[in-house]
Design a binder for this molecule. Structure first.
Ligand code: PEP
Length: 265
């Protein structure tokens, strides 16, 4: 990570887990174990119905609450959908977009991701855009091509002025929920390629201001190595974010006092 130019972000993707009755206890334990953690921005993304409970539980802390998805439509006859305006209305600050589970299980396309990114930014909600290759793409050696295309499509039409609000999460699909991870250097190489792409689109100043996270089986044991990489500016954490102590340990692993910070752009 490079704290000089961009924020470190540690985000929890709770997926379809937790009940309202569990959120408060989670928040109390996390606040106690993580403390104010001023070295990073901490975000929790619960299911839609748990957002108010999470906002209440974290209201006396620096923890922001995000959503796990949003509709690409503005309003109207879209039963079951939740719009960017509705999320903004209740104070949601971040939204995960294009998670591989949405792409794989619900047929979300790169174009859908782009429409959702546009919708979120129009309502001042920070998109956490998920990209990543699957196992077959990795075996074929097309990781950079795949990820580059996903990022380019997701960001189509996004002006440089809004890029600072964008967070990108590199999440190799084969690493999500599997306990397998790329080496920290391999993950950083992909994050570096994403930054190079943004540099080509919007210039060096914008590229160095965008936070690029790693996601996929991040744990307290591997977080330090991953977060010490210069182009990895945080983590999107699934399984380990369901344990307040593990999530707090990952937040502490992002503290630059705990690793040899590297300060290149
Ligand atoms: C995720 O689903 O975004 C994720 C990173 O999950 P996990 O940490 O469980 O691999």
């Amino acid at each position: 990570m490079n704290r000089k130019y961009r924020r470190t972000v540690i985000a929890a993707n709770w997926k379809m887990n937790m009940l309202a009755s569990e959120v408060r206890a989670f928040a109390e334990e996390l606040k106690q174990k993580a403390g104010p953690a001023r070295w990073c921005d901490v975000v929790v993304c619960p299911s839609f119905v748990l957002i108010p409970a999470a906002q209440k539980a974290f209201r006396d802390s620096r923890v922001a609450v995000g959503a796990q998805d949003l509709s690409l439509h503005e309003s109207g006859a879209y039963t079951g959908e939740v719009s960017a305006a509705q999320l903004q209305d209740i104070g949601v600050q971040y939204v995960i977009i294009g998670h591989s589970e949405r792409r794989g299980n619900f047929g979300e396309t790169d174009m859908d991701v782009n429409a959702k990114v546009t919708a979120a930014l129009a309502r001042n909600i920070r998109p956490i855009i998920c990209v990543g290759e699957n196992a077959a793409e990795r075996d074929m050696g097309v990781t950079i091509e795949r990820v580059t295309l996903q990022v380019k499509t997701a960001l189509a039409g996004v002006p440089a002025s809004k890029m600072r609000r964008v967070v990108i999460a590199y999440e190799p699909v084969w690493a999500i929920g599997t306990g397998r991870t790329p080496t920290a250097e391999d993950a950083a190489a992909v994050a570096g390629a994403i930054r190079a792409l943004i540099r080509g689109l919007h210039g060096a100043r914008t590229a160095r201001a965008v936070s690029i996270l790693y996601g996929g089986s991040m744990t307290p044991a591997n977080a330090g190595d991953l977060l010490a990489q210069p182009d990895i500016d945080g983590g999107l954490v699934g399984g380990a974010s369901l344990s307040p102590s593990d999530f707090a340990a990952i937040i502490h692993a992002a503290n630059p006092d705990n690793y040899q910070g590297i300060t290149t752009a």
